[in-house]
Design a protein around this ligand. Structure first.
Ligand code: GLC
Length: 467
């Protein structure tokens, strides 16, 4: 069925049109093909958006643009090392960059959030970079590039910045609001799932790259292993919610002091929202959206959850429970045009307080319950790994026809995702690239191996208690 459509040809042509060059070399794709004032910063190369384009290029056998991107962003990282608080912290990579050309001379202009709407920090850029480095290396076999001093230094800079201790005694990363794909106030500050799972994926990627030269990098590999073990335990023990856990939380005692307590985060059962009970089917489960002192955010974040399956954070049992939950809530999570990045929407007073009256994020729009077609590749990848057909070729055929007719919008609005997003850009690159990846994966599921990691099967035990 997928063979007979022209949509893939159209998508590939648009990808070519979107390529940005630096000193005559391709280094990325714009976020959307758009000109004039409306472009805002959509004419820039966003790291998180380009990750999706890069993976599509790789599956199409085009490696050069990806290698160049990895290389120029590594340069931008090392150029911006600084100890003061007016420059991006060491190890960070820009949210986006553009090329300025003057008198035949190209320069790279990065944005670490200092120009972005809301001055948001790109905590995710360096993590997507590590994951992309792994995918590029695995697909191309170009271990030489991954072993270059500049690249290994960039990997170590990221680890130094992300894998060290901060204020808290937990393995999850403390992040500010708007620090990733959801780059506006949405109550994501703290320990949002998407960043924690991406951190885990990035650490596994870094470990693989460093292990190519184990002798030289032994110390780093040990540190990375340590953090991975703790993160696996933390996310699977405290974020995972199934019927048994829901029941435990419902009957939690509070105000417990000491090491051996059951309600470590002092969660009050009154904070369980009404929708959660019917959201979790028998033998189903998911990772909650955020966790902190006195706070469990029960919202379903699709990227973190699906990446959990792809990165191997879930064992086989949890992966199938998660697939079951998605299937059970298909209309809500996938709807008519996939996929909600955050479910359910914040409404009324909650929307006022948490978003700060953000009209772009009004209920069932944009990040707040809006549907993002680029997430289609995560659905295809989870399907290939887990086996439950969360996305079939027929689904993809239907979605891609609609996307092409609607000129590849950035997002859709409405509870079922039936209306083109109020402020959605057209010709949005990660929408186009997400489709290309899904197309490849559904056609040749074995190609998932460049994205996937072995699942964390085995008994879940606290690393602190291991002898
Ligand atoms: C919006 C999205 C962000 C994306 C950017 C470029 O700001 O929220 O995730 O990277 O657009 O497409």
């Amino acid at each position: 069925m997928l063979e007979k459509n022209n949509t893939i040809t159209e998508a590939r042509e648009l990808m070519k049109k979107a390529v940005v060059t630096y000193n005559n070399k391709p280094v990325g794709t714009v976020a959307a093909i758009i000109a004039g004032d409306e472009a805002l910063n959509y004419d820039q190369v966003f790291a998180r958006d380009f990750f999706v384009s890069a993976a599509a290029f790789i599956l199409d056998g085009e490696y050069e643009i990806v290698k160049n991107f990895l290389s120029v962003t590594a340069d931008m990282q090392s150029l911006n090392k600084s100890m003061d608080c007016f420059h991006a912290g060491q190890g960070l990579m820009p949210a986006s960059f553009k090329i300025e050309s003057k008198d035949g001379q190209d320069t790279l202009e990065s944005d670490f959030g200092e120009k972005a709407i809301g001055r948001v920090t790109p905590v995710d850029s360096s993590l997507w970079w590590l994951y992309l480095l792994r995918i590029y290396t695995k697909a191309s076999g170009d271990r030489e590039f991954a072993g270059e001093e500049k690249i290994i230094d960039a990997v170590k800079e990221i680890l130094a910045h992300y894998a060290t201790g901060y204020f808290e005694l937990i393995p999850a990363l403390l992040v500010p609001d708007g620090a990733f794909m959801i780059d506006r106030r949405m109550g994501m500050y703290g320990h949002p799932l998407d960043i924690q799972v991406l951190l885990y994926t990035a650490l596994r990627s870094a470990r693989e790259i460093l292990e190519y030269n184990r002798k030289k990098n032994d110390e780093y590999v040990k540190e990375v292993n340590h953090r991975i073990e703790h993160l696996v335990y933390h996310l699977n023990k405290y974020y995972w919610l199934d019927r048994k856990k829901l029941n435990d939380i419902y009957r939690y005692k509070t105000e417990e002091f000491g090491l051996e307590v059951s309600n470590q985060y002092n969660i009050y059962s009154g904070s369980i929202p009404g929708w959660v009970d019917s959201f979790i089917p028998d033998a189903g489960g998911y990772y909650i959206g955020n966790l902190g002192p006195g706070r469990m955010d029960f919202r379903f974040l699709s990227i973190g959850n699906l990446l959990g399956i792809i990165s191997g954070l879930t064992d086989k049992k949890k992966a199938s429970e998660l697939a079951r939950l998605i299937d059970h809530n298909r209309g809500a999570i996938i709807g008519k045009m996939p996929v909600k990045v955050c479910y359910p929407a914040l409404e009324g007073k909650q929307w006022e307080i948490i978003t700060g009256y953000d009209l772009k994020n009004s209920a069932w729009s944009y990040h707040n319950g809006g549907n993002w077609p680029f997430v289609i590749w995560f659905l295809a990848a989870a399907t290939a790994i887990e086996g439950t057909p969360i996305l079939t070729s027929q689904d993809l055929e239907m979605f891609s026809k609609r996307l092409s007719n609607d000129n590849w919008p950035e997002y859709y609005d409405g509870k079922e995702g039936r209306i083109i997003g109020k402020e959605a850009r057209e010709l949005q690159l990660w929408t186009i690239a997400g489709y290309i990846i899904a197309y490849h994966i559904l056609k040749e599921p074995e190609r998932i191996s460049i994205f996937a990691f072995e699942p964390e099967d085995g008994e879940l035990t606290c690393p602190l208690n291991r002898v």
